[in-house]
Ligand binder design. Sequence first.
Ligand code: NDP
Length: 326
Amino acid sequence: MFNAIMIDKTRAGSRAGVRSIDPADLPEGEITVRVDYSSLNYKDALAITGRGPVVRRFPMIPGIDLAGEILASDDPVHRPGDQVIANGWGLGEEHWGGLSQMARVHGKWLLPRPRGFSARQCMGIGTAGYTAMLCVMALEKGGVTPGDGDIVVTGAGGGVGGIAIALLARLGYRVVAVTGRDSLTEYLRMLGAAEVVGRSALAYTPRPLQGARWSGAIDVAGGKVLAALCASMRPGGVIAACGLAAGMDLPLTVAPFILRGITLRGIDSVMCPREQRMAAWARLERDLDPALIDSMCAEITLKQAITTAPQLLAGNIRGRTVVNTR
Ligand code: NDP
């Protein structure tokens, strides 16, 4: 038997608890993994609290990330004893996920654990950090270089935002961090932010264009925050948009696109092709200091993940949260 967080459907919605599970109940898949660490992402918090329609079938083990060791494999590529990681692919949404001591998954979902990181550090990075890297790569692909001007990062106190700051600073960009929490200024500077501003710096106005300020942007907020960003990009600026912490709506005009030639690039980490994931993790290994990951991580248990989830949605958690499944 092994322990996992299990989300059951109830009349009122859903309910999460830690349960003991028979390995015979694991879903289909060629590979059984002993999960050593997982992490708590925004999406996991939505699933655990039932505040967002993340879980597609019940009962569900949440957890979009996992790191561990292969126990058994019917896949020629992966062998027992291999250290592996997985992010997304429907884990914790439609297939039992990583907030568990054991998982059964498809071989094509697994990547070898990058040599430069421990299993704990891989989950310190997790989907949030790998998405931050995809965002940075999108800016690079859009031609944004460190000499072009300031890059703004929203949700700086969270997981994606914090790792995006660290990556961009390491690559030589001047980063402006946007946070709703004044108390995080010192932490954000430690990560590499040259300037820390409050959310009011991206205040929404219905004006189609605002002063041109940013050459690049990484946005986790969506909604009016993303609309304000679009209106305040410099000509040719590129935005990598990955989140909806401020909302799903996007009250925009076409003016920034046709008068300033900006690019709005959407980022999807869940179904991102394998080659792109490998490239992102290789870049994380090259461009992210493991010690910095340690400094932005808190460690919790499976049981604590359930009580931490509402805190994360309330914006009270700083940086990243790894879950030690033991
Ligand atoms: P976190 O909870 O770690 O961070 C979110 C941060 O957003 C908060 O810490 C807060 O930062 C900021 N925030 C919260 N509410 C608002 C608001 N109303 N307006 C502006 N900022 C706000 O989450 P993650 O970093 O893990 O994820 C961030 C977003 O990115 C989520 O929406 C998530 O679903 C999405 N995401 C998408 C992925 C994809 O593949 N597209 C992959 C990973 C994440 P502060 O207090 O500093 O302002």
